[in-house]
Design a protein around this ligand. Structure first.
Ligand SMILES: Nc1ncnc2c1ncn2[C@@H]1O[C@H](COP(=O)(O)OP(=O)(O)O)[C@@H](O)[C@H]1O
Ligand SMILES: [Mg+2]
Length: 230
């Protein structure tokens, strides 16, 4: 996936300024910044939902504006659990994703592996937040997309659910997936990320390679944004 000279403005204000990014291998990328910085804007632009003022995003050389169908086959974007249909159940959602993404993934096996069979036939409106996040993750797996974008997937989750979700994301990376996961809370994602990108004033101002860099990511967060992490 490649992001080249990406600029996005709302009215006249640039929210993203000339962002460049190249991801060439399966990786879990954390995208961190305080609320209102532009994380969702960046993910939505990569997802083809916001047209950039300048620059482009491509996956294996294809942009959404050149070949929408090919692009969307390779990408899965989870904005929030509000995108789930409250009267449908989890199984309906998984069948829908399988058919639209023309995926060969075995839905029953995903349900078994994620341990969601107890509530997969209940309507979404009867599920807890953690259960809904599991359904969303199952949908990513079923899509079999190469690039998976998750906007604040840990929001509102208890530590146990966070650990479970983290474990599955790590496991899925082994299947050659690129993940980009945003959070305004660094500690929610820095342990699962291979790299953490820090966004500030419209730019990626710092990239930490979680395993290699000596400086802890908390120190970087504090330096960039002050210590008031929520
Ligand atoms: N559709 C829009 N129209 C105008 N301004 C927007 C729109 N979407 C986001 N913004 C503004 O862009 C900035 C970044 O928002 P966002 O990407 O949602 O940040 P984050 O996800 O990091 O919290 C904010 O100042 C927000 O008010
Ligand atoms: Mg956001």
């Amino acid at each position: 996936m490649q992001v080249v000279n990406l600029t996005v403005k709302f009215k006249k204000k640039a929210i993203l300024k000339n962002i460049n990014l190249k991801i060439t291998q399966p990786e879990i990328i954390g995208l961190v910044a305080p609320n209102g910085t532009g994380k969702t804007t960046l993910l939505r632009t990569i997802a083809g939902l916001i047209q950039p003022n300048e620059g482009s995003v491509s996956i294996e050389g294809t942009t959404v504006y050149e070949d929408r169908e090919t692009y969307y086959k390779k990408m899965y974007y989870v904005e929030s659990n509000h995108t789930l249909y409250s009267n449908l159940n989890g199984k309906d959602h998984l069948s829908y994703v399988k058919s639209v993404w023309k995926s060969s993934i075995d839905v029953e096996e995903v349900i078994r592996k994620l341990g969601i069979s107890d509530y997969i036939h209940k309507p979404i409106k009867k599920l807890s937040l953690g259960m809904k996040q599991h359904i969303l993750l199952a949908m990513c797996i079923v899509s079999d997309a190469d690039v998976i974008l998750l906007d604040e997937p840990m929001n509102g989750l208890d530590p146990t659910s966070m650990k479970v979700i983290s474990k599955y994301i790590k496991e899925m990376k082994k299947n050659n997936k690129i993940f980009m996961i945003s959070s305004h809370i660094l500690s929610n994602i820095d342990t699962i990320s291979d790299k953490v990108l820090f966004l500030k004033d419209g730019n990626i101002v710092c990239t930490i390679e979680s395993q290699k860099d000596g400086e802890s990511s908390e120190n970087v967060y504090d330096k960039l944004y002050g210590t008031e992490e929520e």
